[in-house]
Design a binder for this molecule. Structure first.
Ligand SMILES: *Cc1c(COP(=O)(O)O)cnc(C)c1O
Length: 393
């Protein structure tokens, strides 16, 4: 069984490129060139150099002693929270902007929900001196003022999406419309392991630096390359895809994927796609997504903006369907508790997305000598107001 993408752009039955005809030339140009570009030595050099000197990689692999003691196992945290801009998203935006430059694009567009991907994109556009336009739902612009301010300071133009529910999916529609109208000079930076082929694979490859580092860091610290478990939270699935990538075909490594259950799986306010999702098409790929009987996409809900997505990337749909990954869903309440626990046991304030991954230790018992690596996908600064409101701090 292969868990990688095949030459047609599928992971098992999921993936592909379901796009309007007018978008075909853009996506096809990318498909024909991304692997070639990524294999060029000048590309690798520039990418590696920026990851080192700009992002601050390698990110530490840290044995969380007090957390491990509490749960009677060995928990290592992969510290993506220490990256420049505070999360894993920058690994992907740096990779894509280098591809865009080599394709001769000088205008970058992106969509953003909570604003984290918008900030990561605006950051690399400033770094490269490229024009940056970020589409964002009008409602999200009002909810996420600090990130809107960050994007503006970084020189990006934030364009409100005024149609539909005025949130992420409407921003995505605007970005696609823009790309159709600017096929020659524009690259669309997608922020997770989703979208039409080749995006899920390209994003996964850029994020795979996470598991590449975990391997040599474990070797250096413990003399072994493989943990017993790798754990990550899943919105669209980019930090998870990067954390799993080099372990996908290592049978001894068990994979745990953590989704947001929101107020509870059966509450109607959830984002637990692997449980509630059915096969359908979203953002240009066939995958599992939450939908009504008539096939309309259901509004997802989670307290964490980054997990508040109605689908999962096609790789994760395949991992779920084949049973290669164990999927767990964690409620808002359990995630918030786990977030606070990490603060008090380890002195690390995690993003609320990440806190979902940490909450599994209350539910799943590991053996004393198990080695569990958790992707600490981001830091909690951006979530301070949510923490303040929730815990009445
Ligand atoms: C965006 C985000 C996520 C969710 O996105 P994935 O593509 O599923 O990784 C998780 N954690 C943090 C900190 C994020 O900013």
């Amino acid at each position: 069984m292969s868990y990688n993408v095949n030459e047609k752009g599928y992971y098992g039955e999921f993936g592909g490129a379901y796009i309007p005809e007018m978008l075909y030339p853009n996506v096809e140009e990318l498909r024909q060139n991304y692997l070639k570009i990524m294999a060029e030595s000048s590309f690798k050099e520039e990418f590696d150099q920026l990851l080192k000197d700009y992002v601050g990689r390698p990110s530490p692999l840290y044995l969380a002693k007090r957390l491990s003691e509490k749960y009677n196992t060995n928990i290592y945290l992969k510290r993506e929270d220490l990256n420049h801009t505070g999360a894993h998203k920058i690994n992907n935006t740096i990779g894509q902007i280098l591809v865009a430059k080599r394709l001769g694009k000088h205008r970058i567009i992106a969509e953003t929900g909570a604003g984290q991907h918008g900030v990561a994109t605006a950051t690399v556009c400033a770094l490269m001196g490229l024009e940056c336009i970020v589409y964002m739902g009008e409602i999200d612009i009002a909810r996420q003022a600090p990130n809107v301010a960050r994007m503006k300071m970084l020189g990006a133009k934030v364009v409100p999406a005024l149609s539909g529910s005025r949130t992420l999916k409407d921003a995505t529609n605007e970005a696609i419309r823009d790309w159709i109208n600017h096929p020659v000079d524009t690259h669309y930076i997608i922020g997770s392991a989703i979208g039409p082929h080749p995006y899920p694979d390209m994003v996964t490859r850029f994020q795979s630096v996470i598991s590449e580092e975990i391997k040599w860091q474990l070797k250096e610290q413990l003399g072994r390359e493989n943990p017993d478990y790798v754990v990550a939270c899943i919105g669209g699935g980019s930090n998870a895809a990067g954390t799993y990538y080099h372990f996908l075909h290592e049978e001894a490594v068990q994979i745990i994927a953590v989704e947001a259950a929101g107020l509870g799986i059966d509450s109607g306010e959830s984002a637990a796609t692997s449980v509630l999702g059915k096969e359908g098409i979203i953002h240009g790929c066939k995958t599992l997504l939450m939908q009504t009987k008539d096939g309309q996409i259901t509004e997802p809900y989670s307290i964490s903006a980054g997990l508040d997505y109605p689908g999962v990337g096609p790789m994760h749909a395949h991992l779920s369907k084949t049973g290669r990954a164990e999927f767990m869903s964690i409620t808002d309440a359990d995630a918030m508790k786990a977030g606070l626990e990490l603060c008090q046991l380890e002195g690390i304030i995690p993003a609320i997305e990440t806190a979902h991954a940490l909450a599994i230790f209350e539910y799943k018992k590991f053996k004393k000598d198990d080695l569990v690596v958790v992707s600490l996908s981001g830091r909690g600064d951006k979530d301070l107001n949510t923490y303040i409101d929730y815990f009445k701090l």
